[in-house]
Design a protein around this ligand. Structure first.
Ligand SMILES: C[S@@+](CC[C@H](N)C(=O)[O-])C[C@H]1O[C@@H](n2cnc3c(N)ncnc32)[C@H](O)[C@@H]1O
Length: 410
């Protein structure tokens, strides 16, 4: 007859745990033991590179040989992570003799302890045992993890990135990067939060297909339709985020690319923080890297560019309000990625050339990158502004300047 296992939370800090085996199973098991503060002794003739790195860093003790009974001196727990059933049985026999619980990767029925499927949410750890069936345990764990992600999401309400109290939150805001255009380029976390939102406040450049898939009861606020000038519109958006969250809604502020790359995400975070609304920030795939990549242009390439600079071109170089040192940028050898730069491109390229960047430097414009209507124009720094007009390229587009433009072309 089999009895039910008795669940326990082992407090392993500073306590010796012996892991026998240095392969794939041990590689998966050791991080959680180290996370629990265990004093890990790893007994194995060889280690995977990941375990080796931990041993080299002094995070665990490695004995490079096969197991001997004395290895269990002072141990509280042993994990057997080897395939050889005879060797595994002899380790668990020694463990049983010494009344040390033994987890066995090779044979669960012969083990005196099972490792559960685990999900961690701040201070909450949920451990699931599936009656000896690890797949069942993982399925149940995944369902609980999804549920807790909504109820217990760690929140961040301070601009310094400090994490606020974790607990069941009423209203809150997530600033989510939607990626550059292809709906599949949102992150897994961003997508999950989007499916959980009560209110979605979306920018113009957000992939339409993401919005198509929202639940019918979700309130969708189109931030690009908010009237007034740009700064007034931003205040309106801030207010919508705060008001809806204070009314108890989970608000996703969905922004093109990454929320903090020319996305005014910082202002929204500050507005929420001032109103005491917790905010989670989910970074996104920024067009400044994704648009060149989608056109076959790596922003760095060995032997070609060791740096890339992302700059906004929304103000002309001679504008008193511009914060960009175009003269200094002209002196760099690396890649220059210009966002919002089409309108001022003639002035920008002329300034870069006037301050020393060669007019022969390869340059490209990538319009509507990663979408079905993506267009790419390749030219040179000296000619691209005119070529752009001739080709009738329009925003949203990213301009790339540098030898990387040709790096992958033959
Ligand atoms: C206000 S900025 C926002 C940038 C965004 N936060 C990001 O990380 O990609 C808007 C500019 O991003 C660039 N952009 C955004 N999506 C783009 C795309 N799919 N293709 C080309 N450029 C894009 C354009 O330069 C556009 O004018």
């Amino acid at each position: 007859m089999t009895s039910n296992p008795y669940p326990l939370g082992l407090r392993l800090h500073g306590r010796r745990v012996v892991v026998v085996g240095g392969g794939a199973v041990a590689t998966r098991r050791v991080p959680a033991l180290l996370d629990a503060g265990a004093d890990v002794l790893l007994v194995a003739p060889e280690l995977t590179p990941a375990l080796r790195a931990r041993a080299d860093a002094g995070r665990l003790h490695w004995v490079p040989r096969r197991f001997v009974p004395e290895d269990l001196d002072g141990a509280w727990l042993v994990q057997v992570a080897i395939d050889d059933p005879t060797a595994a049985a002899s380790v668990s026999a020694v463990a049983a003799e010494r009344r040390i619980f033994c987890v066995r990767a090779d044979d669960r029925t012969a083990a005196t302890a099972w490792t559960p499927a685990v999900t961690r949410h701040g201070p909450v750890t949920v451990a699931v045992l599936g009656g000896g069936d690890p797949r069942r345990a993982m399925t149940v764990r995944d369902a609980i993890r999804d549920l807790l992600a909504v109820r217990l999401a760690p929140t961040q309400s301070r601009p310094d990135g400090a994490t606020a109290a974790v607990g069941v939150t009423a209203g809150r805001v997530a600033l989510v990067g939607a990626g550059p255009g292809d709906p599949e380029l949102i992150t897994v976390k961003g997508w999950r939060l989007l499916t959980e939102a009560d209110v979605v406040v979306a920018d113009r450049l957000v992939p339409g297909l993401l919005l198509d898939e929202l639940r019918p009861d979700v309130e969708l606020v189109d931030a690009s339709k908010i009237p007034y000038g740009p700064s007034r519109a931003q205040e309106e958006i801030n207010q919508i985020l705060v008001d809806r969250a204070l009314a108890g809604a989970f608000v996703v502020r969905l922004k093109g690319g990454d929320p903090y790359v020319f996305g005014r995400g910082g202002e929204e975070l500050l507005a929420c923080a001032a109103a005491g609304v917790p905010v989670t920030v989910v970074p996104g795939v920024t067009s400044s890297i994704a648009a060149p990549a989608a056109a076959g242009i790596p922003v760095t390439h060995r032997g070609v560019a060791h740096e890339f600079t992302v700059v906004s071109g929304h103000l002309a170089p001679d504008s008193p309000a511009s914060l960009v040192r175009w003269d200094a940028l002209a002196g760099l050898h690396g890649t220059l990625v210009i966002l919002m730069g089409l309108k001022n491109l003639a002035a920008i390229t002329a300034t870069l050339i006037a301050h020393g960047r060669s007019p022969q430097t390869p340059a490209a414009v990538v319009q509507e990158a990663t979408t079905g209507t993506q267009r790419v124009l390749r030219s040179t720094l000296g000619a691209i502004a005119a070529d752009l007009v001739a080709a009738d390229l329009r925003p949203p587009a990213v301009v790339v300047v540098g030898d990387v433009v040709d790096a992958l072309n033959g």
